[in-house]
Design a protein around this ligand. Structure first.
Ligand code: FE
Length: 293
């Protein structure tokens, strides 16, 4: 494990509270990364946080729905979610597990909770695909908690590397064009964590337990901090204000036009119209018939 040194840490540009909403068949969630932040946080399109002890908030799940043109990353902290697609693939996502799905040219799937009571908590992140990859063959990978790379720093910071690389530890997933970094970072009181970030990459932190300080700015639970892209910076330094848990997410912006209609994210309105037509004609399900594990 390599301990990085950051000379010029990023500052917090803006704090975001997210918007309470519901999606699917009435799942209550907080949309942290909303539509109006898609350009600022390119290549990321959406981050939803869900967490409830009340089954009425989640039990109906997300029945059959399509996706085209981007990737979805689902990270479960607690609870169990069964996913099924139109090609007959299925997998059970449990606490600490990740599903990484490239929707590519088309997937129709459902995401349904597999519990009648107890806590359901997690995140879904949407990562855009470049124009040349939007119509690629769909695939997905499921990772159980113990299959995800993990390390603990000398300061006692426990890090799960879902994507990218941290302290010399490679993540479960590597993607070349958008170069996503996706870390779950658990800090103990008084500890600090440093992570190099290319200045041009867009980056944000979402704190889900406790509070942290970034360049002197306090970031409390259920807040997203957008990190500034000042050209002179070489990373981020996070200091725990008590025990804290947070996601650190970064990636290389695509700089391409974004055209979104619900679960379809393409570059032009014409491509959106094509996606809707393909879905209505049953051609998205055919695409997921070639979904590869
Ligand atoms: Fe979905």
């Amino acid at each position: 494990m390599n301990t990085p040194h950051i000379d010029h840490p990023r500052r917090v540009e803006r704090l975001i509270a997210g918007q309470a909403t519901s999606d699917g068949a009435g799942v209550k969630l907080t949309r942290v990364l909303t539509h109006d932040l898609q350009r600022r946080l390119d290549p990321y399109l959406m981050l939803d946080a869900f967490g409830s002890d009340d089954p009425d908030d989640y039990i109906a799940g997300f029945p059959d729905h399509p996706h085209r043109g981007f990737e979805t990353i689902t990270y479960m902290l607690a609870g169990r979610m069964l996913h099924r697609d139109s090609a007959g693939n299925e997998g059970l996502l449990e606490g600490g597990g990740v599903q990484w799905m490239n929707a590519g040219r088309g997937v129709i799937h459902s995401e349904i909770p597999q519990q009648q009571d107890g806590r359901m908590e997690g995140f879904q992140l949407w990562l855009n695909l470049s124009a040349r990859d939007k119509m690629s063959a769909p695939w997905y990978r499921d990772f159980k908690a113990d299959e995800l790379p993990r390390f603990v720093t000398a300061a006692g910071v426990a890090v799960t590397v879902i994507a990218g690389e941290s302290h010399g530890v490679g993540g479960a997933v590597t993607r070349d064009v958008t170069a996503p970094l996706f870390l779950d970072v658990h800090l103990v009181a008084g500890s600090r964590f440093a992570q190099p970030l290319p200045a041009g990459h867009n980056a944000f932190v979402y704190v889900y337990r406790g509070a942290v300080a970034i360049a002197g700015q306090s970031v409390t639970a259920q807040r997203m901090a957008i990190l500034a892209n000042d050209a002179s910076t070489d990373g981020v330094v996070i200091e725990a204000e008590g025990d804290a848990r947070m996601l650190l997410i970064a990636g290389q912006p695509l700089g391409e036009p974004i055209a979104q209609h619900g679960p379809f994210v393409m570059n032009t309105q014409q491509e959106i119209a094509q996606a809707v037509a393909d879905f209505r004609a049953g051609r998205l399900g055919e695409a997921s018939g070639r979904l590869q594990r």
